[in-house]
Design a protein around this ligand. Structure first.
Ligand code: CA
Length: 226
């Protein structure tokens, strides 16, 4: 999805250049040339970053920054016309995330926007957490109560399949087809062996833990301890 950049800038020429650069970079850009209406706009729209000029008609940039910070953590890059202002502004801490001085090159502004957006990107949490287990499939790692369970890649895949579909019962055949890329060399009895090994390895860490249930004549499921 396109990132939504809000440009708050009253100088016609600068705002036109910034709008053009933002669109070229693939951002969805909106422009406000007056301080009034900015707070409402930020409340009503999904804004990803704000480029905020300091000297504005209506409401000035610092006041806007403070007002926005009362309800939002959206990244704000403050734009000031005076170089010496930056140090003072940083010291006062109005809650902005970066500062740019005029005159600036649009390219520099784009680089700053990119850097701030990257800083604010939420980290993708690829950890599966369930009943004391933590599974990170991209690292081939699974722990129970913080202790590593030493699973083979196939065992880890089987556990991942079951743990991400709690209570769902999988037949041996389903597990076989979902876990192996090539099923010609394996039989569904292999699945029983893997399950037995997974259980054994879980018991090494917690003797009471018995999350993988057998449904007689059907298959296996991951049960929550509740
Ligand atoms: Ca201005």
């Amino acid at each position: 999805m396109k990132k939504h950049v809000l440009i708050v800038e009253d100088e016609q020429h600068i705002s036109e250049v910034l709008m053009a650069y933002c669109e070229k970079e693939g951002y969805q850009a909106a422009l406000k040339q007056d301080g009034r209406g900015v707070v409402t706009y930020v409340k009503d729209n999904q804004v990803d970053i704000i480029l905020l000029d300091l000297m504005l008609p209506g409401i000035d940039g610092l006041t806007l920054c403070k007002q926005i910070r009362e309800f939002s953590n959206v990244p704000i890059i403050m734009v000031t016309a005076k170089g010496e202002e930056v140090d003072r502004l940083k010291g006062l801490d109005f809650g902005s995330d970066d500062y740019i001085c005029k005159p600036f090159s649009p390219r520099e502004v784009m680089a700053r926007i990119k850097a701030v957006l990257r800083r604010f990107q939420p980290e993708v949490d690829s950890v599966i957490r369930q009943s004391g287990f933590e599974l990170e499939s991209d690292k081939y790692k699974v722990t129970l109560k913080g202790q590593v369970i030493d699973l083979t890649p196939i065992e880890l895949k089987i556990l991942e399949l079951l743990i991400t579909h709690v209570e769902r019962v999988y037949s041996r055949n389903e597990i076989l087809n979902l876990v192996y890329s090539d099923v010609s060399e394996v039989s569904d009895r292999n699945i029983d062996t893997h399950i037995k090994n997974i259980r054994k390895k879980i018991h090494l860490i917690d003797k009471e833990a018995n999350p993988i249930g057998s449904i007689y004549g059907v298959g296996y499921q991951f049960k929550t301890s509740l």
